[in-house]
Design a protein around this ligand. Structure first.
Ligand code: PLP
Length: 400
């Protein structure tokens, strides 16, 4: 028996069984569905992309995996080199892991140990955002703030090592005033908070955060597991405001195989680099730097650059804005858009009951959660499919 994610197994409806997937389409035995979720936002090139599939096959014919403990290989060397070049500023040191949650854990461990290595042992606290989602492992849950995901934390109460603030500059300044000598880092999903409800905020908040982090020597971590590779309409939000540590996952994989990376700048790396073995970063997921994952990630970045994906994303945003123009309903609290993400927030989650089945009948796969009906489509989606995804969303409100 499969135990499915985020589901009450007793009441969950039967999941759609996918028998084929190609481009922006998912196929069940009897329906062809436009995918509006990109398999948790990772399948940016669509399914069964011939070039990505060829890259992974080619590597599989050589070897699928060797560990990075004492060994290394061409795909991981190339990917780390490529990322250093592709990412802004001096984000040059790549620590790979097998999932976004683990990559977030690594970033928090890095920030904490950075200060331990310097003897600043009072810096044990993390500043984070309200409504943050950083993954489902324990420290990631602590810096996250979504009771709907992490109610299990109530078992032992809120961590005294994490402070959550809203995305408001006043609250930010106050938190730094109060806690600056205890903070090792400020971790954020920049501009777009995904699983916490597709919440969008202004870059001025991040610019002020960068200034305060500099002023008080606090490390700034961007969790771009969801936002990285164009989702906000920026290649990376790190192109606008430079963090000290950047976490990437989801789209990094092209949707093929679980992989993630925690990228440190020179300052962070230098905080570990000395003759003392105790100052080493003690972490090492078994499948970090997996050769299949690295090969497919390299090809994914190549396509992203070669086929001008940023233009595709601008086009998706323009079509979305045009289609949602003037759309409103008394049950809707807000319609918000940014880059390749659109979200309809409703007042009452019951408003979305039955939507998934309605979308299915209309040839679209969608997975609304709580009060949020959203689309984060593969970047290769063409106008007719995108218009259909958005029309089905609008039709749900008109028809009821
Ligand atoms: C999905 C997500 C994660 C967790 O990634 P997994 O690969 O599911 O562990 C972490 N942070 C953000 C912002 C995410 O959207």
């Amino acid at each position: 028996m499969i135990w499915y994610p985020y589901e009450q197994m007793k009441t969950m409806k039967t999941p759609y069984k996918i028998v084929d997937a190609n481009g922006v389409y998912l196929y069940t035995e009897d329906q062809k569905l436009i995918d509006s979720v990109s398999s948790w936002w990772s399948v940016i090139h669509g399914y069964k992309n011939p070039e990505l599939t060829a890259a992974i096959k080619e590597q599989a014919d050589k070897f699928a995996h060797v560990m990075l403990g004492g060994l290394t290989h061409e795909p991981v060397l190339k990917l780390s080199e490529k990322l250093a070049e592709f990412l802004p500023g001096d984000l040059d040191y790549c620590f790979f892991s097998d999932s976004g949650s683990v990559a977030v854990e690594v970033s928090l461990k890095m920030a904490l140990q950075y200060y331990m290595n310097r003897g600043e042992t009072q810096r044990t606290m993390v500043l984070a955002l309200e409504h943050a989602y950083h993954g489902d492992t324990f420290k990631a849950m602590e810096v996250g703030d979504d009771e709907d995901y992490h109610f299990v934390l109530n078992a032992y109460g809120k961590s005294p090592y994490v402070v959550h603030i809203p995305t408001e500059i006043d609250a930010l300044e106050k938190a730094f005033e109060t806690y600056h000598d205890k903070l090792n880092c400020f971790v954020v999903e920049p501009l777009l908070q995904g699983a916490g409800g597709m919440r969008m905020y202004d870059v001025s908040f991040l610019k002020r955060a960068r200034e305060l982090c500099d002023q008080y020597g606090v490390l700034l971590i961007f969790d771009e597991v969801a936002t990285g590779f164009g989702r906000t309409g920026n290649r990376f939000v790190a192109d606008l405001v430079l963090p000290d540590i950047l976490v990437l996952g989801k789209a990094l994989t092209g949707g093929y195989i679980g992989h993630a990376v925690t990228v440190a700048n020179h300052r962070v790396y230098d905080g570990f680099y000395d003759d003392n073995p105790v100052h080493a970063l003690m972490h090492g997921p078994t499948f970090m730097g997996n050769a299949l994952a690295c090969s497919v990630a390299l090809k994914s970045i190549e396509l992203f650059e070669r086929d001008d994906y940023m233009a595709k994303i601008r086009n998706i945003e323009a079509i979305t804005r045009r289609e949602m123009q003037g759309f409103s309903d008394s049950r809707i609290k807000e319609v918000r858009m940014m880059g390749g993400c659109v979200c309809i927030e409703v007042y009452d989650p019951a408003t979305l009951n039955g939507y998934q089945n309605f979308a299915y009948q209309n040839g679209v796969f969608s997975r609304p959660f709580l009060n949020y009906l959203y689309a984060m489509v593969p970047y290769v989606m063409e106008e007719p499919e995108l218009v259909q995804v958005l029309s089905v969303m609008k039709k749900w409100f008109r028809g009821k």
